[in-house]
Design a protein around this ligand. Structure first.
Ligand code: AMP
Length: 299
């Protein structure tokens, strides 16, 4: 296991990134090295490990960031209880072969306090998760924009950033931000990692008791139903999948829709016809103390 280098300031991050990129380019000046950034909020699990693995496989230098971003929490209690497990995180990052870990303090990220100027996620940030968490995606895009600037290569290199498809709305918005605001970074989406029972891995799953976890499995079952129908070329019959979730005691469904994967606009109902093109099934539900989100790309 390698031990990743831990840096906590922007200056250290830049110096260490430059050193590692120069080392990667040494001996072959015509080859442009690649740098990957994997932003996280820590409390790392197998889902994060898969992002690190994808980044490690394709890049010379891999940086992970660990920062619980207060801007994206609309509920102070949620921010307060968000798990912070840096020692265990560093161990996982070491096993995953990450080179650099950027774990800044709040003061380092927001030296003047909460920023007055922020990135707006626009209308796409006000629906689905944005509807129940006002300002959440503005906070996400603001910190991701900052991380793109802070982690970007200062010497010639290709720059890639890795995000999980688990947070489908987040990755769709980051792709739009990069396109709309001309960030010089390639966004890579990584498939959802699920536990053996089907539940999508999440840092919040630790707050579920055994019964709640069992109840939560209806979410991945309902998505699998849609995936199976799409794969078989059958009409999706979303209402039947919604009914499956609604009938599960202990699960309070918030939304369950089939949307355009890029714009996240709802697609019209299937009217008895199979899917005509790519689609994304998106859902959110409250189970016990946590709000869970999950999704499936169709077909
Ligand atoms: P977080 O630390 O929860 O902000 O997540 C950091 C990154 O890990 C985000 O890009 C998430 O989408 C990704 N991620 C979280 N859970 C999973 C999962 N189960 N599968 C794939 N990626 C995930």
């Amino acid at each position: 296991m390698n031990t990743p280098r831990l840096v906590t300031t922007a200056a250290e991050l830049r110096a260490a990134t430059t050193e590692l990129l120069n080392k990667a380019a040494a001996g072959n000046p015509s080859r442009v090295p690649t740098l990957a950034l994997v932003p996280t909020m820590g409390a790392l699990h197998e889902g994060h490990a898969s992002l690190m693995g994808a980044a490690r496989a394709d890049n010379d230098v891999v940086t992970a960031s660990v920062f619980v971003n207060p801007l994206q929490f609309d509920d102070p209690a949620d921010l307060e209880r968000y798990p912070r497990t840096l020692d265990a995180d560093l161990e996982l990052l070491g096993r995953a072969g990450v080179d650099l870990v950027f774990a800044p303090s709040e003061e380092e990220m927001y030296p003047g306090g909460a920023p007055l100027v922020r990135v707006s996620a626009g209308a796409m940030g006000t629906r689905w998760e944005g509807a129940v968490r006002p300002g959440h995606f503005d906070g996400v895009l603001t910190v991701v924009a900052k991380l793109f600037h802070l982690a970007a290569p200062a010497v010639p290199a290709r720059f890639r950033a890795y995000f999980g498809q688990k947070d489908a709305q987040q990755v769709a918005l980051i792709r739009r931000m990069v396109a709309d605001l001309s960030f010089n970074v390639e966004v890579v989406g990584v498939p959802i990692v699920r536990a053996a029972d089907g539940l999508a891995e999440s840092s919040r799953n630790r707050f579920l008791d055994a019964g709640q976890r069992q109840a939560a499995l209806v979410l991945s079952r309902a998505l699998q139903l849609l995936k199976d129908r799409a794969a078989a070329g059958e009409p999706l019959d979303l209402p039947a999948a919604v009914e499956l979730v609604s009938a599960q005691p202990g699960v309070e469904l918030d939304y369950f829709e089939v949307v355009d994967p890029q714009t996240l606009e709802p697609l019209p109902g299937d009217a008895g016809q199979p899917l005509a093109g790519p689609a994304l099934a998106l859902l959110a539900a409250r189970v016990g103390p946590v709000r869970l989100i999950d999704n499936a790309l169709l077909p």
